[in-house]
Design a protein around this ligand. Structure first.
Ligand code: ADP
Ligand code: ZN
Length: 234
């Protein structure tokens, strides 16, 4: 069991203990301004944004200097903030890549939050490592699998370099079991189709139908007027 330190006494101050948390099994004692990477993963609706916002709020309450980023591609609810499906909100800056984040992080920033990291490409891994090496606490959230249930790059690489990983589950919209998958409900085989309820739902491994998006494409093309005309003329 991880040691939980509640009251750092004078001895700790002398040893240079600069940060600690009460979460078990997590980064609990950090000395000499060392940085680290925390990753929050899971399917859509599993509470990743809520958890990210919770951690960032607490850092702000602790008077730490916090900067928060989200990808330009994800402007579902607001351009200026991360918004959870339950309506929690925190201000954020828009970025297109990991190098964009590195350019925007101020030297004095202590905590960096990144939402929807799966949309930022490979450069986000390099950026997180650099920021942690500089002594910053980096908290990143993102989808670990795509609409076909495949690992969603670059999240697997982020998991490999993280000090701490939190995997969240949603509730299956078909049967109520713990849901590990993001089910696409619309016809598209593109890797990235940004949307929320109506376009996606959480599904457990039993109810997950990875081929559904493909079937919908086939249904649509067989119902299209052109196909019907073609069928009528043949
Ligand atoms: P994520 O960032 O993982 O997509 P959010 O933090 O934005 O998730 O939203 C989580 C919230 O979504 C939950 O607290 C709950 O209010 C709501 N929600 C809607 N559908 C589901 C579901 N199928 N399972 C769990 N929570 C859901
Ligand atoms: Zn299910």
């Amino acid at each position: 069991m991880a040691a939980v330190i509640k009251e750092p006494g004078p001895d700790f101050a002398n040893q240079g203990v600069l940060a600690y948390t009460e979460r078990q099994g997590s980064v609990d004692v950090v000395k000499h301004s060392m940085g680290w990477i925390e990753v929050i993963v899971g399917p859509m609706f599993s509470g990743k944004s809520e958890e990210l916002i919770r951690r960032l709020r607490r850092a702000e309450i602790g008077k730490q200097r916090v900067q928060i980023f989200k990808p330009v591609i994800d402007q579902r609810y607001t351009k200026n903030g991360i918004v959870s499906h339950s309506g929690l909100e925190i201000a954020s800056e828009l970025v297109a890549s990991g190098s964009d984040i590195l350019a925007k992080v101020a030297p004095r920033t202590e905590v960096v939050g990144i939402d929807e990291a799966q949309f930022l490409g490979d450069s986000v891994v390099e950026a997180c490592v650099k920021l942690a090496d500089m002594g910053k606490r980096v908290i990143v959230s993102g989808l670990d699998t795509d609409f076909l249930g495949r690992p969603f790059e670059p999240m697997p690489r982020l998991l490999a370099v993280a000090e701490e990983i939190t995997k969240l589950l949603a509730i299956c919209m078909q049967c109520g079991n713990p849901a590990v998958h993001t089910q696409r409900l619309v016809a598209s085989e593109e890797l990235i189709v940004v949307g929320a309820s109506g376009m996606y739902e959480a599904r457990c491994r039993r109810c997950f139908e990875p081929q559904l998006a493909h079937q919908k494409i086939e249904e649509q093309s067989s119902n299209s007027p052109e196909t019907k005309a073609h069928a009528a003329s043949s």
